[in-house]
Design a protein around this ligand. Sequence first.
Ligand code: FES
Length: 270
Amino acid sequence: MADGSSPPGVPAVADGPAHRPPFPVGWFAVADAAAVPEGALVPLAAFGQDLAVGRTPSGGALVVHATCPHLGADLAAGGRIDDDRVVCPLHEWCFSHGGACTSAADGPVPDGVELRVWPTEVAGGAVWAFHGRSGEQPPGPPPAAPAGGSQVEVAGHPEDVLVGVLVGLGAGDAAGDGDAWSSRLADGDVVRVHGPGTVEAGGRRAFVTPVDGFTVAVRATSVADPEWRAEPDRSVLPGFRDWYRRFDRSSAPARRPARSGRRGRERNRG
Ligand code: FES
């Protein structure tokens, strides 16, 4: 179904979709804001890509693809960031915070050269990046939950790791409502999942971020469960898993691939 829910009477999750995208669509806490330098880009591994993250002098942050679209220099190895541009360390081409090339050293600014920039926010002490299609804008801000704390890496799909966290907390199953899911714990607290990677329960929080197709980073403030693990059994919390289907796909249309040649350039401009 269009909203990712199961058709009435059909136990979709027990059978499971044949393929789950490894990187759900939504906001993820990718770094502690205090650990990210201002004015410099440093390496960041998330969403199966080599990324670079840096703080701007005005207190914001940028998450960009680490490979310069000119000749492929690593922007996380000497790339600079200031209030209105990102500067490549190799030939000093400059890009706006939206990714457009604004300066190509001594030459003319080329058409169609763009640095991929992920929608990025600083909130609750964390740098958040929105994973979606290239150019897709998030439908709202990241969860307003203070992030930070210790970090571990867990093998598994983000959904299975979240289910492991919820099982560790003693959460019962429930259906979700919009982009939030909640259930009551045995101790009376309510556990809430916001978007594809944030769990909150009575002041305890955990943040799940896909690193690559096999590994998930879990940042936890005070969800004290040292046995972080993924729960791959698809029959555990089937209501949660049905709700999580909504993050499997982007609602933004796919971009047309750029074409070379004169007709392609005309089409790209259109
Ligand atoms: S490789 Fe980045 S400016 Fe040349």
